[in-house]
Ligand binder design. Sequence first.
Ligand SMILES: [Zn+2]
Length: 341
Amino acid sequence: MDRRSLFLSLVRGENMVRPMATAITSPLTEELLNICGSTWPSVHRSREHMVKAALAAKQVIGFETIRVPFDQCVEAEALGVELDFEGHYPKPRTLLEKIKEFNFMGRGRTSMVLDVIGDLREAVGPGFPILGGVTGPFTLLNYLLGPAKTMLLSRRDPDLIKDYTYQLSASIANYAMEIVSAGADAIVIEDMASSPDVLNPMIFRTVEVEPLKRLTSMLNVPCILHICGDTLKILKDIPETGVKVFHVDPKTNLRVAKDLIRGVTLAGGVSTFLLLEGDEKSIVEASLSCLNLGIRIVAPACALHPKTPVENVKTMIKAVKNNPRIIGNTFRNNAGQLFSC
Ligand SMILES: [Zn+2]
């Protein structure tokens, strides 16, 4: 079974050969960029650098999928927000007064991202999974109007916000379809602004669940939803969005996550802080504990901290790839302990 088939079978929750270890969000670190001769601004803006870094994440670190782009501002930039490329990841430098245009195809870096995905597919061949990243409608709205105005309007005029997120969901889906045509096997929807840490779960239900459902229903590949922080209060809503995989942060109670989110595969689970500062033993323990808790695609919980040592991430990957052996529908580690998944 090639890596792409393994990934898709895990996503569908079918019988497993083994679990996987990868990065669903940005896999970049300073060390990785040094190894592949890139820099922070150019890795986001240059086709060649983006391809090189994405391949290095596979070849140097050993991640079992490839994902691009590395930032979440491609769509906002395409709709007219100017970005500041100083620092590790681009961030909005200007905001829009009003959203007049919803179509971002061919604008900003969207065409470059499609070219990058085409280059990557050519480089890795058909048997390796490529993930294309897009921004969730509510998070995109935050980038367009600014978090303060978006939050204020969410409380005062949720119908207006829902109208925006609904329209944006179709634009994101159109862009995601192009990403799939360029060679991606799955779409990662990063929706950080929907985290219950920053958004009332009631508002999430009102303004974002249906637009996410519209987005996923327009695509013919599986979607992975990433929302950071403690997502316990919205876990029950996740199956309704139509995503096949939820990328979960260990700030969420992982012991109950699997039961609350039946029918959706869990990914993620390893703290980025642990990967930054933890020792080998604690990283191995955390990675195996993810398997034990029903996470099939083990990954850093969010974008890696830029200072994360590559060796620590390799430890996570090794722990997942080498330890468990399949027995029926369960994995068994080298110590003989059973992991039912
Ligand atoms: Zn995150």
